[in-house]
Design a protein around this ligand. Structure first.
Ligand code: CA
Length: 405
């Protein structure tokens, strides 16, 4: 819709609300306010209008202020006691209109609005102003009890350092890009990083754009505390009952727990199984040969599981060749002998664990630098100072689906 058409129908612009649910209480803990143009029986989203860089900020601010006014009035009149999430263009805070916008918003406090129930959603990607000015204003609002959420994460390029500067209370991650299970590993990596960032910042993770059970499950698995999307509750011009989904949440999360349990059990069983097999195989291998020859025998005996095998000492220095399975058989790569791998994630920690527990460790799922495929590594102590590293072939993982999580 043309921005001018939007401006011409200002009186038909109304706030709509989408409920936000919590994984711990299973109840509605807030509503995001979304502007809608009501034309006859049609309800038109204003998302395009607000994200259009060609629409002047003055227009956006006027429309935004009207939506906010109507939303805050209804919120107060209907005595809603959960949080209200307001979308605020970060630019409003750094133009000469700043005081006008802030004063207007803060005037609601005098009318009885509890600011600790207000969450301001800021889109960091669309902000091109002075970041210090923005963080200054947001910090001031936080001293008044207002919470800050960073909006639209996971959809484009976000600046992790800018997010950290803003010190948000909530990170809002959009699952719109997550269509199905075959989504790119890169996307999963982004979500994983955001979940780590939230933990480091002490921020809560809110997943929006939940449009299927798969999305819901995905959000839960990625440590989402809050959930929003049409699969749960669509955007309407009404507030809904706080407990509307309590039973469904209880039931669905119970299923997520069961799935998680069976996958983790599969990993523990594989670990126990590999420990047993490696113990047996290693015992049977004749030790009066070079270490290279010993692991050559081991690799061949277990080639249905592993495609790459080598040994390092406790400091990470490689003591053998890389044994690599190719289509024509196993080859020896001599070039890696003597290299040091102590810089790899978890290396030192895993060596200590193997020593303490005298057991092997199954790694998480990661992308192999050389093959680009998703693999897991099993590491196993063969004596006080030697450790086997065995990369599990993607084919074996495919056959054991529970290991692909
Ligand atoms: Ca938003």
């Amino acid at each position: 819709m043309d921005p001018l058409d939007v401006m011409m129908h200002v009186d038909n612009i109304k706030p709509h609300f989408q409920a936000i649910f919590s994984a711990d209480s299973h109840e509605v803990i807030g509503y995001e306010v979304l502007g809608r143009l009501e034309l006859g029986t049609e309800t038109i989203s204003l998302g395009h209008f607000f994200h259009d860089p060609n629409v002047p900020d003055d227009f956006k601010m006027e429309i935004d202020q009207q939506i906010q006014d109507l939303a805050l009035q209804r919120y107060m009149n209907e005595k809603i006691n959960v949080d209200l999430y307001l979308n605020v263009h970060a630019n409003y805070f750094t133009t000469d209109k700043e005081d006008e916008f802030l004063d207007h918003f803060l005037s609601y406090q005098e009318k009885g609005l509890d600011l600790t129930h207000i969450v301001i959603e800021i889109t960091e990607q669309e902000f091109h102003g002075d970041i210090e000015l923005l963080t200054h204003t947001l910090k001031y609002l936080k001293t008044l009890g207002v919470k800050v959420a960073i909006d639209d994460l996971g959809t484009g390029a976000s600046n992790l350092d800018r997010i950290s500067l803003i010190e948000p209370d909530i990170l809002k991650v959009d699952l719109l890009a997550l269509q199905n299970e075959s989504m790119s590993n890169a996307y999963h990596g982004v979500i994983y990083s955001l979940s780590l960032l939230a933990r480091k910042l002490g921020a809560e993770l809110l997943f929006e754009g939940i449009e299927s059970n798969y999305h819901f499950h995905y959000a839960w698995r990625n440590n989402g505390r809050y959930y929003q999307g049409d699969f749960l509750s669509s955007t309407t011009n009404q507030f809904v009952s706080k407990t509307i989904l309590r039973e469904r949440f209880r039931h669905d999360i119970q299923q997520f727990i069961q799935v998680e349990r069976s996958k983790l059990t599969a990993k523990f069983q594989l670990t126990a199984n590999l420990n047993k097999q490696l113990y047996e195989q290693w015992r049977q291998i004749r030790k009066n040969r070079s270490l290279d020859e010993q692991i050559d025998s081991l690799a061949k005996a277990m080639e249905h599981i592993f495609f790459r095998v080598y040994v390092t000492d406790e400091d990470g220095f490689q003591k053998t060749v890389n044994l690599i399975r190719t289509e024509t058989g196993w080859i020896w790569d001599e070039t890696v002998k003597g290299k040091n791998w102590s810089w790899r994630p978890y290396f030192i920690e895993n060596v200590i664990r193997m020593n303490e527990e005298r057991n092997g460790i199954l790694s998480d799922l990661y992308n192999d630098i050389e093959t680009g495929e998703r693999i897991r590594t099993f590491s196993y102590p063969i004596d006080q100072s030697l450790y086997l590293f065995l990369d599990i072939s993607p084919m074996y993982l495919d056959e054991n689906e529970d290991l692909l999580w």
